[in-house]
Design a protein around this ligand. Structure first.
Ligand code: NDP
Length: 384
C-alpha cells in the first residue's frame, strides 16, 4: 500500500537525502507537498520528477517564475507563509520537517496539529518552541520521530527501555572543522573554511553551527525536549570520527550506542520505515578500516556555544528561542562577511544578557520573542 509524504524544505540537504531514498522506492510513496524558500529551479525539477500534488515557495516574489517553470505540469503551485502552512496541514502519513531555522516552526506546528507522524530535522523549531511544541504533539496525538542523527541514535538506544532507568544520555560531537584550532586562528576563520565539514555534507547554516559547536548546544536543548531527563543527565563528548552517533547509559552500567556511516540517509531511512527497517545504498561501516574510535572532552573556552545553550536550557521559557534567533542572525552575518567567526557566540551571549525568562504560552508568543530577539541581534551585527 502507498504511503503519503510531504517534505518541508525539499530543496535542502536533508530534503535531497530524503528524496534520494524515496526515489529508490518510488511506487511505495505518494508525494503530497514539496516546499522550498526561493530555489525555483530545483523545486521545479523535483516537481517534474516526483509529481507532488502541490509545490510551495515561502518567498512569494518567486511565484511567477515557478508558475512559468511548471507551465503545462499537472501540479498546484503556491507561495507565501499561509500557503506553506496550508500545504503542511494536508493530512499525510509522514511529514519531513527539514526547513532550516525558526522559519520552519509554523509549518511544522501545522503538520503536528493534524495528529500525524512528523520526522523532525528542523531542530531550531523545537529549540524555539520547546514545551509548546511538545504539548501540541500530545494534544493532537501526533508522533515526533527525530531524524537529527544524534537524536535518532538516542531514540534507537531507548527502544524497549524506560527513561526512568537512564543514568545519562551522551550526545557525540565531531568537533567540526576547527576542532584543533587556537583562539587566534579562530578569529580569522572564513565562511569557506567553516562550511567545509570534515565528516558531513550539510547546508551552510548547520555547517557553521557545527564549527562554532552551537549545533551541539541546540541539540542538547532538542534532546531535553525529546527525551525528558534532567539536564544534568545530558552530556556531550567530542568524537571526531562521527561513527558513534550517541549513547544511552542505564542505571545498571550498560551503555547502548548506535553506530553508522556519516550519511543522513541512515537516520532518515529509520524514520521513513519506522517501526520497520528499509534498505539504504549507504556504504556499510567498516570498523577494521576505521581502526580507532577516539573521544575527547569539550573545550568551552574556545567553543563557548554549548555553555550558552546549557544556560538557556536551564533558564527555560523563551530563552532558548532568544538563543536560537540571535544565533541565526549572527551566523547569517558571519556568512555575509559582516562579523568574525568568534563574534557569533559573543553576539548570542550579548543578546541573551538582555532577556529575563518569560513563559511563552503559544506559537504567537514564540514568534514574537523570535522577532524581537532578531531585531536586537541585527542591531548588534550592524554596529559591529
Ligand atoms: P539547507 O540549507 O540545505 O536546506 C534548507 C531548506 O529549507 C531548503 O529547502 C530551503 O529552501 C528551505 N528554506 C530556507 N529558508 C526558508 C524559509 N525562510 N522558509 C521556508 N523554507 C526555507 O538545510 P539542511 O538540509 O542542511 O538542514 C535543514 C534542517 O535540518 C536544519 O534545521 C538543520 O539543522 C537540520 N539538520 C540537517 C542535517 C544535515 O545533514 N544537513 C543533519 C541534521 C539536522 P531553498 O532551497 O529554496 O532556500
Amino acid at each position: 500500500m502507498q504511503r503519503s509524504i510531504s517534505i518541508l524544505g525539499a530543496t535542502g540537504s536533508v530534503g535531497a537525502s530524503t528524496l534520494d531514498l524515496i526515489g529508490r522506492e518510488r511506487d511505495k510513496w505518494r508525494i503530497a507537498a514539496l516546499t522550498a524558500n526561493g530555489n525555483v529551479t530545483e523545486l521545479a525539477r523535483l516537481a517534474r520528477e516526483f509529481q507532488p500534488e502541490v509545490v510551495v515557495l515561502a518567498n512569494e516574489a518567486h511565484l511567477p517564475e515557478l508558475r512559468e517553470a511548471l507551465a503545462g505540469c499537472d501540479v498546484e503551485v503556491a507561495a507565501g507563509a499561509n500557503a506553506l502552512a496550508e500545504a503542511a496541514s494536508r493530512p499525510v502519513d509522514l511529514t519531513i520537517a527539514a526547513i532550516v531555522g525558526c522559519a520552519g516552526l509554523a509549518p511544522t506546528m501545522a503538520a503536528i496539529e493534524q495528529g500525524g507522524t512528523v520526522a523532525l530535522a528542523n531542530k531550531e523549531a523545537l529549540v524555539s518552541a520547546g514545551d509548546v511544541m511538545i504539548a501540541a504533539v500530545a494534544r493532537h496525538g501526533a508522533t515526533l520521530l527525530p531524524i537529527d542523527s544524534e537524536h535518532n541514535a538516542i531514540f534507537q538506544c531507548l527502544a524497549g527501555n524506560q527513561l526512568s532507568q537512564v543514568r545519562t544520555i551522551t550526545l557525540t560531537a565531531s568537533g567540526g572543522p576547527f576542532r584543533g584550532w587556537s583562539l587566534e586562528r579562530l578569529e580569522a576563520a572564513t565562511p569557506q573554511q567553516a562550511v567545509r565539514h570534515p565528516n558531513w555534507d550539510m547546508g551552510a547554516k548547520i555547517s557553521v553551527d557545527s564549527a562554532t559547536m552551537m549545533n551541539k548546544g541546540l541539540e542538547l536543548i532538542e534532546a531535553h525536549h525529546l527525551f525528558p531527563v534532567r539536564l544534568d543527565q545530558l552530556d556531550i563528548i567530542v568524537h571526531p570520527q562521527s561513527v558513534v552517533h550517541s549513547m544511552v547509559e542505564y542505571r545498571d552500567g550498560s551503555t547502548l550506542a548506535q553506530l553508522g556511516p556519516s550519511d543522513m540517509r541512515v537516520p532518515i531511512a529509520s524514520a521513513l520505515a519506522w517501526p520497520q527497517r528499509m534498505d539504504t545504498p549507504c556504504k556499510p561501516l567498516n570498523l577494521a578500516q576505521i581502526g580507532q574510535l577516539t573521544f575527547e572532552e569539550l573545550d568551552e573556552v574556545r567553543f563557548p556555544a554549548t555553555r550558552l545553550a546549557r544556560q538557556a536550557a536551564e533558564a527555560g521559557g523563551a530563552i532558548p528561542a532568544v538563543l536560537n534567533a540571535a544565533n541565526e542572525v549572527a551566523v547569517a552575518a558571519f556568512l555575509a562577511g559582516q562579523i568574525a567567526f568568534t563574534r557569533i557566540a559573543a553576539h548570542v551571549e550579548e543578546v541573551l544578557s538582555c532577556y529575563a525568562p518569560a513563559n511563552p504560552l503559544c506559537l504567537a508568543d514564540i514568534l514574537a520573542v523570535d522577532e524581537e530577539a532578531r531585531k536586537m541581534a541585527r542591531g548588534l551585527t550592524e554596529s559591529a
